[in-house]
Design a protein around this ligand. Sequence first.
Ligand code: HEC
Ligand code: HEC
Length: 413
Amino acid sequence: MIARYAIAVSLGVALLGAPTASVRGQTPAPLPRADGEKGLSEAQLLGKRLFEDTNLSEPRGLSCQSCHVPSHAFQGNNGSPIPGIAAGSTPDRIGRRKSPTLMYKTYSPAFGFYKDVDDGKETLEAKGGQFWDGRASDMAEQATGPMLDPVEMNNPSIEAVVAKVKAGAYADLVVQVYGDDAFADPKAAMGKLTAALFAYEGSERFAPFSSKFDDTLRGKAKLTPIEARGFALFTNPKAGNCIACHAGKTDSKDPTDWIFTDFTYDAVGAPRNARIPANADASTFDLGLCKQPGLAAKLPKEIKLESLCGAFKVPTLRNVAVAGAYYHNAAFTSLRDAVAFYATRDTDPGRWFPRLKTGEADKFNDLPGGYKANVNTAEVPYDRRPGQRPRLSDQDVDALVAFLETLTDKGME
Ligand code: HEC
Ligand code: HEC
Protein backbone atom coordinates (compact mmCIF):
# COMPACT_ATOMS: atom_id res chain seq x y z
CA MET A 1 0.00 0.00 0.00
CA ILE A 2 2.62 2.44 1.11
CA ALA A 3 4.77 1.94 -1.96
CA ARG A 4 1.75 2.71 -4.12
CA TYR A 5 1.27 6.08 -2.40
CA ALA A 6 4.89 6.93 -3.05
CA ILE A 7 4.38 6.33 -6.75
CA ALA A 8 1.22 8.43 -6.80
CA VAL A 9 3.19 11.18 -5.14
CA SER A 10 5.93 11.26 -7.73
CA LEU A 11 3.33 11.25 -10.51
CA GLY A 12 1.78 14.25 -8.77
CA VAL A 13 5.04 16.12 -9.13
CA ALA A 14 5.23 15.32 -12.81
CA LEU A 15 1.70 16.57 -13.41
CA LEU A 16 2.03 19.69 -11.32
CA GLY A 17 5.30 20.96 -12.52
CA ALA A 18 7.02 18.96 -15.21
CA PRO A 19 10.48 20.40 -15.80
CA THR A 20 10.47 21.84 -19.31
CA ALA A 21 14.11 22.73 -20.03
CA SER A 22 15.07 19.37 -21.45
CA VAL A 23 11.75 19.04 -23.28
CA ARG A 24 12.52 22.19 -25.21
CA GLY A 25 15.81 20.72 -26.34
CA GLN A 26 18.02 23.41 -24.83
CA THR A 27 21.28 22.60 -23.15
CA PRO A 28 21.00 24.21 -19.74
CA ALA A 29 24.12 25.73 -18.19
CA PRO A 30 25.44 23.51 -15.39
CA LEU A 31 24.02 24.59 -12.07
CA PRO A 32 26.26 25.51 -9.18
CA ARG A 33 25.83 22.77 -6.61
CA ALA A 34 27.18 22.32 -3.11
CA ASP A 35 28.40 18.95 -1.80
CA GLY A 36 25.38 16.93 -0.92
CA GLU A 37 23.33 18.45 -3.75
CA LYS A 38 24.84 16.28 -6.46
CA GLY A 39 22.08 13.67 -6.45
CA LEU A 40 19.22 16.18 -6.71
CA SER A 41 17.19 16.73 -9.88
CA GLU A 42 16.90 20.35 -11.06
CA ALA A 43 13.40 20.66 -9.63
CA GLN A 44 14.64 19.25 -6.30
CA LEU A 45 17.57 21.68 -6.31
CA LEU A 46 15.14 24.55 -6.85
CA GLY A 47 13.05 23.17 -3.98
CA LYS A 48 16.13 23.17 -1.76
CA ARG A 49 16.90 26.81 -2.64
CA LEU A 50 13.32 27.74 -1.75
CA PHE A 51 13.43 25.70 1.46
CA GLU A 52 16.55 27.55 2.62
CA ASP A 53 15.59 31.03 1.41
CA THR A 54 15.32 33.46 4.32
CA ASN A 55 14.03 36.20 2.00
CA LEU A 56 10.70 34.44 1.72
CA SER A 57 9.34 35.58 5.08
CA GLU A 58 7.89 38.91 6.15
CA PRO A 59 9.97 40.44 7.67
CA ARG A 60 12.87 38.59 6.07
CA GLY A 61 15.00 36.18 8.09
CA LEU A 62 12.93 33.02 8.34
CA SER A 63 12.98 30.01 6.02
CA CYS A 64 11.30 26.61 6.10
CA GLN A 65 14.57 25.39 7.58
CA SER A 66 14.24 27.67 10.63
CA CYS A 67 11.54 25.34 11.95
CA HIS A 68 12.47 22.21 10.04
CA VAL A 69 16.23 21.86 10.66
CA PRO A 70 17.77 19.17 8.42
CA SER A 71 20.21 17.79 11.03
CA HIS A 72 17.39 17.66 13.56
CA ALA A 73 15.28 15.39 11.34
CA PHE A 74 13.60 18.50 9.88
CA GLN A 75 12.13 19.53 13.24
CA GLY A 76 12.87 22.71 15.20
CA ASN A 77 11.39 25.75 16.90
CA ASN A 78 13.23 28.73 15.38
CA GLY A 79 14.81 29.62 18.72
CA SER A 80 11.52 30.04 20.58
CA PRO A 81 11.65 29.67 24.39
CA ILE A 82 9.18 26.77 24.21
CA PRO A 83 10.56 23.34 23.26
CA GLY A 84 8.90 22.10 20.06
CA ILE A 85 6.70 25.19 19.58
CA ALA A 86 8.16 27.57 17.01
CA ALA A 87 8.30 31.34 16.92
CA GLY A 88 7.24 32.91 13.62
CA SER A 89 8.94 35.62 11.59
CA THR A 90 8.53 38.02 14.51
CA PRO A 91 9.34 36.59 17.97
CA ASP A 92 5.98 37.60 19.46
CA ARG A 93 4.18 35.33 17.03
CA ILE A 94 4.23 31.88 18.57
CA GLY A 95 2.14 29.03 17.23
CA ARG A 96 0.36 26.37 19.21
CA ARG A 97 1.41 23.16 17.51
CA LYS A 98 4.69 21.27 17.44
CA SER A 99 6.72 21.54 14.21
CA PRO A 100 6.63 17.95 13.03
CA THR A 101 9.46 16.13 11.35
CA LEU A 102 9.16 16.37 7.56
CA MET A 103 10.87 13.03 7.10
CA TYR A 104 8.98 10.19 5.45
CA LYS A 105 6.03 12.55 4.80
CA THR A 106 5.69 11.68 1.12
CA TYR A 107 4.51 8.22 2.22
CA SER A 108 1.28 9.75 3.48
CA PRO A 109 -1.79 9.21 1.30
CA ALA A 110 -3.96 12.22 0.42
CA PHE A 111 -6.50 13.12 3.11
CA GLY A 112 -9.74 11.18 2.91
CA PHE A 113 -12.05 8.70 4.56
CA TYR A 114 -10.75 5.22 3.85
CA LYS A 115 -12.32 1.78 4.39
CA ASP A 116 -11.03 -0.17 7.34
CA VAL A 117 -12.01 -3.62 8.52
CA ASP A 118 -12.26 -3.83 12.28
CA ASP A 119 -13.39 -7.11 13.90
CA GLY A 120 -14.85 -8.17 10.57
CA LYS A 121 -16.91 -4.95 10.31
CA GLU A 122 -16.24 -2.48 7.52
CA THR A 123 -15.94 1.12 8.73
CA LEU A 124 -14.67 4.39 7.30
CA GLU A 125 -11.86 6.26 8.98
CA ALA A 126 -10.08 9.56 8.42
CA LYS A 127 -6.57 9.08 7.14
CA GLY A 128 -3.70 10.91 5.48
CA GLY A 129 -3.14 14.53 4.57
CA GLN A 130 -0.55 16.97 5.90
CA PHE A 131 -0.51 18.88 9.23
CA TRP A 132 -1.67 17.55 12.58
CA ASP A 133 -5.28 18.00 11.43
CA GLY A 134 -4.80 16.89 7.82
CA ARG A 135 -5.97 20.25 6.49
CA ALA A 136 -3.68 20.16 3.45
CA SER A 137 -4.79 17.21 1.41
CA ASP A 138 -1.27 16.60 0.10
CA MET A 139 2.19 18.06 0.29
CA ALA A 140 1.99 20.21 -2.81
CA GLU A 141 -1.06 21.92 -1.35
CA GLN A 142 0.69 22.13 2.01
CA ALA A 143 3.60 24.38 1.03
CA THR A 144 1.60 27.58 0.47
CA GLY A 145 0.33 27.29 4.06
CA PRO A 146 3.49 28.29 5.94
CA MET A 147 4.36 31.02 3.42
CA LEU A 148 1.11 32.86 4.17
CA ASP A 149 0.53 31.82 7.81
CA PRO A 150 0.82 34.86 10.14
CA VAL A 151 2.53 32.78 12.86
CA GLU A 152 4.98 31.38 10.31
CA MET A 153 6.38 33.21 7.28
CA ASN A 154 3.66 35.83 7.28
CA ASN A 155 3.60 36.90 3.60
CA PRO A 156 0.57 38.99 2.62
CA SER A 157 -0.17 37.11 -0.62
CA ILE A 158 0.97 34.58 -3.20
CA GLU A 159 1.89 37.51 -5.46
CA ALA A 160 4.29 38.83 -2.81
CA VAL A 161 6.06 35.46 -2.51
CA VAL A 162 6.38 35.05 -6.27
CA ALA A 163 7.70 38.62 -6.66
CA LYS A 164 10.44 37.88 -4.11
CA VAL A 165 11.55 34.74 -5.93
CA LYS A 166 11.46 36.56 -9.28
CA ALA A 167 13.73 39.29 -7.90
CA GLY A 168 15.91 36.81 -6.03
CA ALA A 169 19.23 35.03 -6.54
CA TYR A 170 17.92 31.85 -8.16
CA ALA A 171 15.24 33.27 -10.52
CA ASP A 172 17.32 31.84 -13.40
CA LEU A 173 16.99 28.37 -11.94
CA VAL A 174 13.19 28.76 -11.90
CA VAL A 175 13.24 29.62 -15.61
CA GLN A 176 15.64 26.80 -16.33
CA VAL A 177 13.37 24.27 -14.63
CA TYR A 178 9.94 25.60 -15.63
CA GLY A 179 10.51 27.63 -18.80
CA ASP A 180 10.63 31.28 -19.88
CA ASP A 181 7.05 31.98 -18.88
CA ALA A 182 7.48 30.46 -15.40
CA PHE A 183 6.61 33.77 -13.73
CA ALA A 184 3.90 34.90 -16.17
CA ASP A 185 0.98 34.14 -13.88
CA PRO A 186 1.57 34.40 -10.10
CA LYS A 187 -0.87 31.64 -9.12
CA ALA A 188 0.58 29.24 -11.69
CA ALA A 189 4.09 30.27 -10.62
CA MET A 190 3.25 29.51 -6.99
CA GLY A 191 2.03 26.08 -8.09
CA LYS A 192 5.42 25.47 -9.68
CA LEU A 193 7.36 26.68 -6.65
CA THR A 194 5.37 24.43 -4.34
CA ALA A 195 5.87 21.53 -6.75
CA ALA A 196 9.62 22.15 -6.54
CA LEU A 197 9.48 22.25 -2.72
CA PHE A 198 7.51 19.06 -2.78
CA ALA A 199 10.05 17.46 -5.15
CA TYR A 200 12.82 18.36 -2.69
CA GLU A 201 10.79 16.92 0.20
CA GLY A 202 10.63 13.70 -1.82
CA SER A 203 14.43 13.47 -2.16
CA GLU A 204 16.42 10.79 -0.39
CA ARG A 205 17.51 13.15 2.34
CA PHE A 206 13.96 13.11 3.68
CA ALA A 207 13.70 9.31 3.61
CA PRO A 208 17.17 7.78 3.96
CA PHE A 209 16.06 4.64 5.87
CA SER A 210 19.48 4.70 7.53
CA SER A 211 18.51 3.89 11.14
CA LYS A 212 19.80 0.94 13.14
CA PHE A 213 16.33 -0.57 12.87
CA ASP A 214 16.55 -0.41 9.06
CA ASP A 215 19.93 -2.10 9.24
CA THR A 216 18.44 -4.90 11.32
CA LEU A 217 15.76 -5.40 8.66
CA ARG A 218 18.56 -5.66 6.11
CA GLY A 219 20.36 -8.18 8.32
CA LYS A 220 23.27 -5.80 8.83
CA ALA A 221 22.77 -5.03 12.52
CA LYS A 222 21.30 -6.70 15.58
CA LEU A 223 19.14 -5.16 18.30
CA THR A 224 20.59 -5.36 21.83
CA PRO A 225 18.54 -7.45 24.31
CA ILE A 226 16.79 -4.36 25.77
CA GLU A 227 16.01 -2.94 22.29
CA ALA A 228 14.67 -6.32 21.20
CA ARG A 229 12.48 -6.47 24.30
CA GLY A 230 11.19 -2.98 23.44
CA PHE A 231 10.39 -4.10 19.91
CA ALA A 232 8.51 -7.15 21.24
CA LEU A 233 6.43 -4.90 23.55
CA PHE A 234 5.85 -2.47 20.67
CA THR A 235 4.32 -5.18 18.49
CA ASN A 236 2.56 -7.19 21.22
CA PRO A 237 -1.21 -6.46 21.05
CA LYS A 238 -1.56 -7.16 24.79
CA ALA A 239 1.40 -5.04 25.97
CA GLY A 240 2.37 -1.87 24.06
CA ASN A 241 0.18 -2.47 21.02
CA CYS A 242 1.96 0.57 19.57
CA ILE A 243 2.00 -1.02 16.16
CA ALA A 244 -1.81 -0.80 15.98
CA CYS A 245 -1.34 2.89 15.09
CA HIS A 246 2.41 3.37 14.60
CA ALA A 247 2.21 0.76 11.90
CA GLY A 248 4.74 -1.60 10.37
CA LYS A 249 4.40 -4.90 8.55
CA THR A 250 5.71 -7.57 10.89
CA ASP A 251 6.26 -10.04 8.04
CA SER A 252 8.30 -7.61 5.93
CA LYS A 253 12.00 -6.81 5.88
CA ASP A 254 11.45 -3.88 3.52
CA PRO A 255 12.13 -0.60 5.39
CA THR A 256 9.41 1.17 3.36
CA ASP A 257 6.87 -1.14 5.02
CA TRP A 258 7.90 0.38 8.37
CA ILE A 259 6.86 4.05 8.41
CA PHE A 260 5.56 3.75 12.01
CA THR A 261 2.23 5.40 11.31
CA ASP A 262 -0.96 4.23 9.62
CA PHE A 263 -1.76 7.94 8.95
CA THR A 264 -5.04 7.70 10.90
CA TYR A 265 -6.24 10.08 13.64
CA ASP A 266 -6.80 9.44 17.29
CA ALA A 267 -7.47 11.34 20.52
CA VAL A 268 -4.78 10.47 23.03
CA GLY A 269 -5.63 13.17 25.59
CA ALA A 270 -2.19 14.75 26.02
CA PRO A 271 -2.06 17.25 28.92
CA ARG A 272 -2.47 20.96 28.20
CA ASN A 273 0.83 22.76 27.62
CA ALA A 274 0.70 25.84 29.85
CA ARG A 275 3.71 27.36 28.10
CA ILE A 276 1.82 27.96 24.85
CA PRO A 277 0.76 31.65 24.94
CA ALA A 278 -2.66 30.98 23.38
CA ASN A 279 -3.41 28.62 26.28
CA ALA A 280 -3.42 31.53 28.74
CA ASP A 281 -7.05 31.87 27.68
CA ALA A 282 -8.64 28.95 29.54
CA SER A 283 -11.59 28.92 27.16
CA THR A 284 -9.62 28.16 23.98
CA PHE A 285 -8.80 24.66 22.90
CA ASP A 286 -7.04 23.11 19.92
CA LEU A 287 -9.63 20.59 18.79
CA GLY A 288 -7.59 19.13 15.94
CA LEU A 289 -9.27 17.11 13.19
CA CYS A 290 -12.87 18.29 13.69
CA LYS A 291 -11.74 21.87 12.98
CA GLN A 292 -10.13 21.00 9.66
CA PRO A 293 -11.62 23.65 7.33
CA GLY A 294 -14.34 22.24 5.10
CA LEU A 295 -14.39 18.83 6.80
CA ALA A 296 -18.15 18.83 7.43
CA ALA A 297 -18.78 18.72 3.66
CA LYS A 298 -16.51 15.69 3.16
CA LEU A 299 -17.84 13.75 6.12
CA PRO A 300 -19.43 10.32 5.46
CA LYS A 301 -22.89 10.34 7.01
CA GLU A 302 -22.09 7.65 9.56
CA ILE A 303 -19.39 9.81 11.17
CA LYS A 304 -20.31 12.70 13.46
CA LEU A 305 -18.07 15.76 13.22
CA GLU A 306 -17.95 16.16 17.02
CA SER A 307 -16.59 12.64 17.39
CA LEU A 308 -13.40 13.83 15.67
CA CYS A 309 -12.68 16.62 18.15
CA GLY A 310 -9.44 16.02 20.02
CA ALA A 311 -8.07 13.69 17.34
CA PHE A 312 -4.68 14.39 15.78
CA LYS A 313 -2.72 12.53 13.15
CA VAL A 314 -0.67 9.54 14.27
CA PRO A 315 2.91 10.78 13.78
CA THR A 316 5.73 8.61 12.46
CA LEU A 317 8.06 7.49 15.23
CA ARG A 318 11.11 7.57 12.97
CA ASN A 319 13.61 10.04 14.48
CA VAL A 320 11.32 10.59 17.46
CA ALA A 321 14.24 10.24 19.89
CA VAL A 322 15.77 13.49 18.62
CA ALA A 323 12.47 15.42 18.61
CA GLY A 324 12.92 16.92 22.10
CA ALA A 325 9.17 17.61 22.37
CA TYR A 326 6.22 15.24 22.07
CA TYR A 327 2.58 15.26 20.97
CA HIS A 328 0.84 17.91 18.83
CA ASN A 329 1.05 20.44 21.66
CA ALA A 330 4.59 19.51 22.75
CA ALA A 331 3.16 18.58 26.15
CA PHE A 332 6.29 16.60 27.09
CA THR A 333 9.97 17.30 26.62
CA SER A 334 11.22 13.81 27.42
CA LEU A 335 10.65 10.74 25.29
CA ARG A 336 10.47 8.63 28.43
CA ASP A 337 7.54 10.72 29.71
CA ALA A 338 5.84 10.53 26.31
CA VAL A 339 5.96 6.72 26.53
CA ALA A 340 5.27 6.46 30.28
CA PHE A 341 2.15 8.59 29.72
CA TYR A 342 0.66 5.70 27.73
CA ALA A 343 1.35 3.32 30.62
CA THR A 344 -0.14 5.27 33.52
CA ARG A 345 -2.44 7.89 31.98
CA ASP A 346 -5.46 5.97 33.28
CA THR A 347 -4.07 4.10 36.28
CA ASP A 348 -2.37 7.16 37.84
CA PRO A 349 -3.74 10.29 36.13
CA GLY A 350 -2.52 12.53 39.00
CA ARG A 351 0.99 12.00 37.70
CA TRP A 352 0.14 13.73 34.42
CA PHE A 353 -2.75 16.13 34.96
CA PRO A 354 -3.18 19.01 37.42
CA ARG A 355 -5.47 18.45 40.42
CA LEU A 356 -8.96 19.91 40.63
CA LYS A 357 -10.10 21.54 43.91
CA THR A 358 -11.72 18.21 44.80
CA GLY A 359 -8.27 16.62 44.74
CA GLU A 360 -9.15 14.59 41.67
CA ALA A 361 -6.91 14.73 38.60
CA ASP A 362 -8.27 17.00 35.85
CA LYS A 363 -7.98 14.25 33.24
CA PHE A 364 -7.74 15.25 29.57
CA ASN A 365 -7.57 18.93 30.56
CA ASP A 366 -6.67 20.06 27.04
CA LEU A 367 -10.20 19.30 25.85
CA PRO A 368 -13.45 20.98 26.89
CA GLY A 369 -16.02 18.97 28.90
CA GLY A 370 -18.00 16.93 26.42
CA TYR A 371 -15.09 16.16 24.14
CA LYS A 372 -13.12 14.43 26.89
CA ALA A 373 -15.24 11.38 26.08
CA ASN A 374 -13.61 11.24 22.62
CA VAL A 375 -10.27 10.24 24.11
CA ASN A 376 -9.44 6.63 23.31
CA THR A 377 -9.81 4.59 26.50
CA ALA A 378 -10.71 1.34 24.79
CA GLU A 379 -7.53 0.21 23.11
CA VAL A 380 -4.39 -1.36 24.58
CA PRO A 381 -2.28 0.13 26.19
CA TYR A 382 -4.68 2.77 27.51
CA ASP A 383 -7.62 0.61 28.43
CA ARG A 384 -6.91 0.51 32.18
CA ARG A 385 -8.78 1.92 35.17
CA PRO A 386 -7.39 3.50 38.36
CA GLY A 387 -6.07 0.78 40.62
CA GLN A 388 -5.42 -1.69 37.79
CA ARG A 389 -1.91 -2.68 36.88
CA PRO A 390 -0.55 -0.69 33.92
CA ARG A 391 -0.01 -2.57 30.68
CA LEU A 392 3.63 -1.50 30.81
CA SER A 393 6.01 -1.54 33.81
CA ASP A 394 8.81 1.00 34.33
CA GLN A 395 11.25 -1.52 32.83
CA ASP A 396 8.94 -1.96 29.85
CA VAL A 397 8.92 1.80 29.31
CA ASP A 398 12.74 1.80 29.39
CA ALA A 399 12.82 -1.00 26.83
CA LEU A 400 10.36 0.82 24.55
CA VAL A 401 12.46 3.98 24.72
CA ALA A 402 15.59 1.95 23.90
CA PHE A 403 13.78 0.53 20.89
CA LEU A 404 12.53 3.95 19.72
CA GLU A 405 16.13 5.16 19.84
CA THR A 406 16.99 2.65 17.12
CA LEU A 407 14.69 4.58 14.75
CA THR A 408 17.05 7.57 14.45
CA ASP A 409 18.61 8.04 11.02
CA LYS A 410 22.37 8.47 10.65
CA GLY A 411 23.65 11.97 11.31
CA MET A 412 20.56 13.20 13.17
CA GLU A 413 20.98 14.93 16.52
C1 HEC B 1 7.62 29.24 12.07
C2 HEC B 1 7.87 27.83 11.94
C3 HEC B 1 7.62 27.15 10.61
C4 HEC B 1 8.05 27.51 9.36
C5 HEC B 1 8.84 28.75 8.96
C6 HEC B 1 7.63 26.47 8.46
N1 HEC B 1 6.97 25.49 9.15
FE1 HEC B 1 6.27 23.77 8.39
N2 HEC B 1 5.30 23.39 10.13
C7 HEC B 1 5.39 24.17 11.27
C8 HEC B 1 4.38 23.73 12.23
C9 HEC B 1 4.14 24.32 13.61
C10 HEC B 1 3.67 22.69 11.61
C11 HEC B 1 2.46 21.95 12.17
C12 HEC B 1 1.27 22.85 11.93
C13 HEC B 1 -0.06 22.15 12.06
O1 HEC B 1 -0.13 20.93 12.03
O2 HEC B 1 -1.07 22.86 12.17
C14 HEC B 1 4.29 22.49 10.29
C15 HEC B 1 3.90 21.52 9.39
C16 HEC B 1 4.51 21.29 8.17
C17 HEC B 1 4.23 20.15 7.29
C18 HEC B 1 3.25 19.04 7.56
C19 HEC B 1 3.96 17.87 8.17
C20 HEC B 1 3.03 16.86 8.79
O3 HEC B 1 3.48 16.11 9.67
O4 HEC B 1 1.86 16.80 8.45
C21 HEC B 1 5.03 20.31 6.18
C22 HEC B 1 5.12 19.36 4.99
C23 HEC B 1 5.76 21.55 6.36
N3 HEC B 1 5.44 22.10 7.59
C24 HEC B 1 6.63 22.10 5.42
C25 HEC B 1 7.11 23.40 5.50
C26 HEC B 1 7.67 24.13 4.38
C27 HEC B 1 7.87 23.57 2.98
C28 HEC B 1 7.99 25.37 4.84
C29 HEC B 1 8.55 26.55 4.06
C30 HEC B 1 7.77 26.97 2.91
C31 HEC B 1 7.63 25.40 6.26
N4 HEC B 1 7.07 24.19 6.62
C32 HEC B 1 7.86 26.48 7.09
C33 HEC B 1 6.29 25.18 11.49
C34 HEC B 1 6.92 25.87 10.46
C1 HEC C 1 -4.64 3.97 19.11
C2 HEC C 1 -3.54 4.60 18.42
C3 HEC C 1 -2.19 4.67 19.10
C4 HEC C 1 -1.52 3.71 19.82
C5 HEC C 1 -1.99 2.30 20.16
C6 HEC C 1 -0.26 4.29 20.19
N1 HEC C 1 -0.16 5.56 19.72
FE1 HEC C 1 1.44 6.80 19.96
N2 HEC C 1 0.36 8.31 19.12
C7 HEC C 1 -0.90 8.20 18.57
C8 HEC C 1 -1.38 9.51 18.20
C9 HEC C 1 -2.71 9.83 17.56
C10 HEC C 1 -0.36 10.43 18.55
C11 HEC C 1 -0.42 11.95 18.42
C12 HEC C 1 -1.39 12.47 19.44
C13 HEC C 1 -1.31 13.96 19.69
O1 HEC C 1 -0.34 14.59 19.29
O2 HEC C 1 -2.25 14.49 20.31
C14 HEC C 1 0.73 9.63 19.11
C15 HEC C 1 1.95 10.17 19.55
C16 HEC C 1 3.00 9.41 20.04
C17 HEC C 1 4.28 9.95 20.39
C18 HEC C 1 4.71 11.42 20.24
C19 HEC C 1 5.35 11.58 18.88
C20 HEC C 1 5.62 12.99 18.45
O3 HEC C 1 6.23 13.17 17.39
O4 HEC C 1 5.21 13.94 19.13
C21 HEC C 1 5.05 8.91 20.84
C22 HEC C 1 6.49 8.97 21.32
C23 HEC C 1 4.23 7.72 20.75
N3 HEC C 1 2.99 8.06 20.26
C24 HEC C 1 4.65 6.46 21.09
C25 HEC C 1 3.79 5.38 21.21
C26 HEC C 1 4.17 4.14 21.85
C27 HEC C 1 5.55 3.81 22.40
C28 HEC C 1 3.05 3.35 21.84
C29 HEC C 1 2.87 2.00 22.46
C30 HEC C 1 3.15 1.93 23.88
C31 HEC C 1 1.99 4.11 21.16
N4 HEC C 1 2.49 5.32 20.82
C32 HEC C 1 0.71 3.63 20.94
C33 HEC C 1 -1.62 7.04 18.42
C34 HEC C 1 -1.32 5.84 19.06
